[in-house]
Structure formats: structure tokens, C-alpha cells
Design a protein around this ligand. Sequence first.
Ligand SMILES: Cc1ncc(COP(=O)(O)O)c(C=O)c1O
Length: 463
Amino acid sequence: MRSHLLHDTTTERYRRSVTEGIERVATRAATTGRQSPARTPEPPAPRLAAIDLDRPLGDTGLALDELDGIYLRDTLSFRRPRYLAHLHCPVVIPAAVGEAVLAAVDSPLATRDPSAGGALIERRLIDWTAGRLGLGPAADGVFTGGGTRSTVQALTLALARTGDSDPARLRVLASEAGHFGVRTAAGQLGLGPDAVITVPGDPDGRTRVLALARELARCERAGLLPMAVVATAGSTDFGSIDPLPEIAALCARYGVWLHVDASYSCGLLASRRNRHRLAGIEHADSVTVDYHKSFFQPVGSRAVLVRDGSVLRPAPRGAGREARTARRFDALTLWMTLRVMGADAVGDLFDEVCDLATEGWRLLDADPRFEVLMEPALSTLVFRYLPPVVTGPADIDRANLHARKALFDSGDAVLADTKVGARRYLKLTLLDPATTPADLGAVLDLISRHAERYLAERLGPIG
Ligand SMILES: Cc1ncc(COP(=O)(O)O)c(C=O)c1O
């Protein structure tokens, strides 16, 4: 069984086995025609349940055959250009190479000797990102276990700064359009149930600065202690970017820690045309960047950056660098990406999807079959089909949800849906530069056709 261990004596087996795996992925990627998981006659759960994990197949090829049936065949459809559902970008090939190297070498960053190069590479990438953010010479950061995990780390640092204040007095002020992870983080830190104050946003989703000022003043009057403001640069639904310079000025006035959630918008850091949209982020005390959302990296690639690196050393209340526990060298994929393609090429790809969203907005805005909300701030579109005759709002909701499901079931496209106010909308998250305006046009036609047919069957012919 030692022949399965990767060693100096097993390199040939390693080469053959990994190549076999890569071949399967490449073949599936080249042949998957559907845009959504196939509705197989035999769903994967029972097939999975039938697999006896105590009886190994003993052969990589056989295991890959099995994996194809329970995973690869249905999963690779999310690499198709009409897969428009999630904040999950395609991975660039240099990152996939980095991931393959990482999987085999697997040097834990905690163990000093074998990881010296890895630790230095991560450091360079943190410095590079901090430089792009403009956080200043004392900045530092760390790769983390996820966007929400980054928020927990940032808020832990903000909490540490408050000293021994009564936790019941602590407040976190967060954008209305912010991610629910802020509440998760506050809960994990043991803050009270009222700790997170949601600050109302304008119709474009951006935090209302006057409302934030009012909340900060109210906290002061009530003897509460705002420990952090969490601004959002790139909200999940609208991609809206909060007015960072104004928010930063308020935070400075009240001495409050400013955390910016740039999970989604961080791709702008590499953009030659659109970097200015993040103006003001340089004033943040901490920033979340999820390279896996807009740098075309795999999900392990994300970090939290801080303006004052000293807060990470020594780690207050366990928030810091986590240098004493084994960490995966997740920075390697970004390193390979920057060394093969360069940042400009990454930024160009993100610009392409932002441009595509603008093009999609024009299409929707000019199309009487649809109502589109807000010109895109990044690369999402929130819209819905509206029938030409007066129809009850609940029926319109149902028609849109039906269209979304019909597209999924047919394998033609995958969209998301979201609630705005009391109503249901459809959402496209455009992160694949291979998606074209023609794809968007075709998807809109299909939505309209499915929704129209649904309403006709329920209410009689439309229009
Ligand atoms: C704006 C924003 N922030 C944070 C997150 C959380 O990221 P993760 O899923 O990596 O925890 C998301 C997830 O979609 C997000 O959209």
C-alpha cells in the first residue's frame, strides 16, 4: 500500500494518476452541453448510498469512472456560460496548476522549515494586495477560511480594541445591503442579540451616510459603544459599493473601526479602468477580499487585510495570523495567476463581466417584457418578467419563479432569484467572460416564453 504514498520512488505512478484525473476533467469540460446539472433518471444520492466505502476499487481509473457518475458529469455544467446563478467565478488555468501543485506538495504553513518559501509567497501577496488597497506601510493580513471567517477575524480585532467594555453596550453598524455573515460574526463573538444595527440604504443599495451619522450619534447619546462599522463594497444582489470616503470620515470622527467587505468587488483592485470605484477603501482598518469571487481563483483563496499590522501580533483573542496551527498554502493559486497572466489580465477579465452586465442592463431596460432594477454597479442584474396586461403581483412572482425553474430543468440556463421588498426578482450574476450578450438575449427570450406560458395556462392568453 506504500505505493500509494507520494514519494521519490512513486513519482511515475503520481504522474500517471494525476494525468488521468486531469484528462477526465478536461473531457467533461469539453463535452458538457447543458448549463445546469442533468436530471439523470437515477439521482446521485441513492447511487452514493450504494457505494461501500470499505471496499476500495483499487484503481484510479475505476474510481474516476465512478466519480464521473456521481459528481463530474453533473457538476461541470457550472463552468458553462449560461450558468449565471452564483457569486462563483470560473477558475483561470494557472490557478488550477497552482492547486494541483499545492495538493501534492501540501506544505503546511505552520511548519517552518518546509514552508519557508510558502510563507514568504503568502507575505508577498498580502503586501501586494495591501499595496493595491493603499493601506499604508504598516499593513498586514492573512489568508483565511472564507469571507465570513474574514469578517469574524476583523470584528475580533475591533472587539479587542474596545478593551474590557461591557459586551451588552457594544454595537456593530452594518449596511442594509451587507452580507448576513456580519450577524453570524457578531454571534460568534458573543455579542448581544441587538449588537448589529442595520443602517438603511438608498434605493441603489448604498448605505445612506446621513442615516449612519444619525445612528452613531444615537449610540453616543444612549451610552452605547459602536465597535465597528461594516461597509459593503459590492453587495451580493446589486454589487452596490457604499460611499467609502464619507463613511471613513464618520468612522474617524467617532473613533470607530471601519471594516470594508470587498469580497465581491476586490477584482477592481486589478482593473486598469475601474479601480477608482473603490476610492476611499484605503481608509479602512480592515478589508475582506475574496479572490475566489472576482480574481478567478478557487474557493480557498481569500484574505483579510489590516491597516495596522501590529494588531495581528500577538494575536488578540485568537484573531491573528494563526501561525501556530497548520494552514493550507492557499496563496499559491493567486501567485501562479499573477506570475503567468499578471494582474492586468485578471482586471481585464473582471472588467469584461462588468461591461457585459452594463450591456445586459441596456437590453433589459429597452425590453418592455422586463422590469430591471438599478444599473449594475458591478456584474449583477436584478430584474423580472412583467406581463403586458394587468396581473396580480403574486402571479407575477410565481411566473418568474416558474421560468427560473423551467430553465434549470431544461438545462438551458441557471439563474438565481431574490426578494426585493415583498416581490420576487430574478438575478444574474455575471462572472464568466465567455458569456455573451447573445447568451443574455437568448436567456431573456426563454424566461419570457416560460413565464408567458405559465400565466396563459393559469389565467388565459396574455396580451
Ligand atoms: C458581499 C459578500 N460578503 C461576504 C460573503 C461571504 O463569503 P463566504 O461565502 O466566502 O463566507 C458573500 C457571499 O456571497 C458576499 O456576497
